[in-house]
Every structure is written in structure tokens, then in C-alpha cells.
Ligand binder design. Structure first.
Ligand SMILES: NC(=O)c1ccc[n+]([C@@H]2O[C@H](COP(=O)([O-])OP(=O)(O)OC[C@H]3O[C@@H](n4cnc5c(N)ncnc54)[C@H](OP(=O)(O)O)[C@@H]3O)[C@@H](O)[C@H]2O)c1
Length: 266
């Protein structure tokens, strides 16, 4: 695979107003990339754009809705620039007993974590394949590797992203287009508060910063990796669970979730 030369390339980053998406924008700008930033909060995106020493376009869109995703795709088509790489990062969490969660929230979570990502990828991938360049960083999670009781919809949405990404990556092997799933473990961002829980004491000690996750992700992407699990502990956890029966892994996952109070989230 040819090396990535970010200089002057346009990168779409969704969920760029906070957390890891913001870090992607900062680090990609330092590598010389130009950016199209998307999330709902236009003011935050514009403020970030003003801080970055690169060319920036802002598209405010609610990726939980069909109309919001269509708005993003229409605006991308109308832009005077060509997107070469995509960081499909926008996503939300949700904790609690499956049957206590609001059905609307479950649908919205699936809409942004899965459907929006599919639509953006489907819209842009054919052009990348024609040009035999560019690619996608699809943000999944370590939650993708096993069932996650008390975050069942979220875990399943990230398993969807991981399998989707690996499936497409195989279909397009040798095409010159990159397709990588990024699977971080816990990262302190606005994500936890939005999802209604806090990191546990252990997670607070052992987590990785958004900065660290993103720099490791970009190196893995540049190397043409299909999956990136940043951090030794996260990586070991995703490998080790393969050697145990699924039911055991699921029970262990439930125990961790209960200890961190995810079963109590209303
Ligand atoms: N933090 C973690 O522990 C962790 C671990 C593994 C994977 N992840 C994944 O990493 C990704 C980024 O998470 P983060 O931790 O950086 O979360 P975050 O700090 O909460 O940021 C989420 C971003 O998504 C945007 N977003 C939320 N709802 C949106 C909507 N309806 N339409 C458009 N944009 C929307 C937010 O912007 P607006 O509010 O402005 O719309 C924000 O920019 C997510 O896919 C998450 O599942 C997170």
C-alpha cells in the first residue's frame, strides 16, 4: 500500500466537536491535512476550525436522523473539495438493562453508530475505489469483541462496525483503499457523561487519553492495518477472551459492568 501523504488531502471527521474526533482533527491538521468537520454543534466546530492552522469546512448535521445524514452527504457533494479519507467517529453510548432503556434511544444509538456509518461509507467508497486511494477509520470499541450485558445495544453496534469494516476490507483488498476499525478501550471524554455513567476507579487509572489513542490509530492506519486496538491491556483483553467459552466471557463481562454500576443506569 502506498504511504499516506496527508499534506493538502481533505479528511472528513464526524463527531469532531469533542473527545476523540476533536483529537483526530488536531492531529490530522498537524500532519498537514485539510478538514471537513461534522457534528451537531456548529459553534464548537467553528471554534475548533479557528484554532487549527489548516483549511476547514464545517457541516452541522444530526447523524441520528436520516435527514441529517442526507444533509451531510448533499453538502459533501456540493463542496468545492474532494474527500480523500474519512474518520467515522461520531457515536453515542447507552447503559442499563435492555428492557429498561428507552426504545427511542436504542433506535437513535443504532442510527448513528451503525446506519450513519454505513451510509457515509457507501456514499464515498466507490470514488475512493475508482481513484485507488484514500480510506476509512471506522471507530468501533473493545466492546465489539464480546457481548456487553447492560450495554448490550452499544456493544452490538460496535461489533457491527468491527465486522462490517473487516468484511469490506477483505472485499477491497489490493484496491489501494484503506479500511480500518479502531477499537479503543475506555477513554475519558464527554462520552461517559452523555451515556449516563462514570469510569470506574480502575478504568480511571488504566485508561488511555484521546490524544494517545488517536496517535496510535493514525500510525496503524498509515501502516495499512485493518484493526487497531490501542494499548497493551486492551489488546491483551481482546486476544485472551478468544481462548475462553463465550458464555464464560459474557458472564465475566456482566460482572465488570455490574461492578461499574452500568446495571443501575436508568
Ligand atoms: N470514550 C470511550 O471510552 C470510547 C471507547 C471506545 C469507543 N468509543 C467511541 O469513540 C467515538 C467517539 O467517542 P468520544 O469518546 O470521543 O465521545 P464524545 O466525547 O461524547 O464525542 C462524541 C462526538 O460525537 C458527536 N455526536 C454525538 N451525537 C451526534 C449526532 N446525533 N449527530 C452528529 N454528531 C453527534 C458529538 O458532537 P455533538 O454533540 O456536537 O453533535 C461529539 O463530537 C464513539 O463512536 C464512541 O462510541 C468511545
Amino acid at each position: 500500500m502506498t504511504p499516506v501523504d496527508w499534506a493538502g488531502q481533505w479528511v472528513l471527521v464526524t463527531g469532531a466537536s469533542a473527545g476523540m474526533g476533536r483529537q483526530f482533527a488536531v492531529q490530522l491538521a498537524k500532519r498537514g491535512a485539510n478538514l471537513v468537520l461534522c457534528s451537531r454543534n456548529e459553534q464548537r466546530l467553528r471554534e475548533l476550525g479557528d484554532e487549527l492552522e489548516t483549511e476547514v469546512r464545517v457541516i452541522a448535521a444530526d447523524l441520528m436522523t436520516d435527514a441529517g445524514v442526507q444533509h451531510l452527504l448533499d453538502r459533501l457533494d456540493a463542496l468545492d473539495v474532494r474527500i480523500e479519507h474519512v474518520v467515522n467517529n461520531a457515536g453515542v453510548g447507552g447503559a442499563g438493562h435492555f428492557s429498561n432503556q428507552s426504545p427511542e434511544q436504542q433506535i437513535l444509538l443504532t442510527a448513528i453508530n451503525c446506519t450513519a456509518l454505513v451510509r457515509i461509507t457507501r456514499h464515498l467508497l466507490p470514488g475512493f475505489l475508482e481513484r485507488q486511494s484514500g480510506g476509512f477509520i471506522q471507530v468501533a470499541s473493545t466492546a465489539a469483541f464480546q457481548p456487553v450485558p447492560y450495554m448490550a445495544v452499544y456493544g452490538a453496534s460496535k461489533a457491527y462496525v468491527l465486522h462490517l469494516t473487516q468484511g469490506i476490507a477483505e472485499e477491497i483488498r489490493d484496491s489501494g483503499v484503506r479500511m480500518m476499525a479502531l477499537c479503543p478501550g475506555p477513554v475519558p471524554t464527554e462520552f461517559q457523561e452523555r451515556a449516563g455513567y462514570e469510569l470506574t476507579g480502575l478504568q480511571k487509572k488504566n485508561n488511555m487519553s484521546a490524544d494517545d489513542v488517536v496517535s496510535k490509530a493514525l500510525v496503524a492506519y498509515e501502516r495499512g492495518r485493518r484493526v487497531c486496538v490501542p494499548g497493551f491491556t486492551n489488546s491483551a483483553q481482546t486476544i485472551l477472551q478468544r481462548f475462553f467459552p463465550r458464555e464464560f466471557v459474557t458472564r465475566a463481562s456482566a460482572l465488570v459492568m455490574r461492578r461499574s454500576g452500568r446495571d443501575k443506569v436508568a
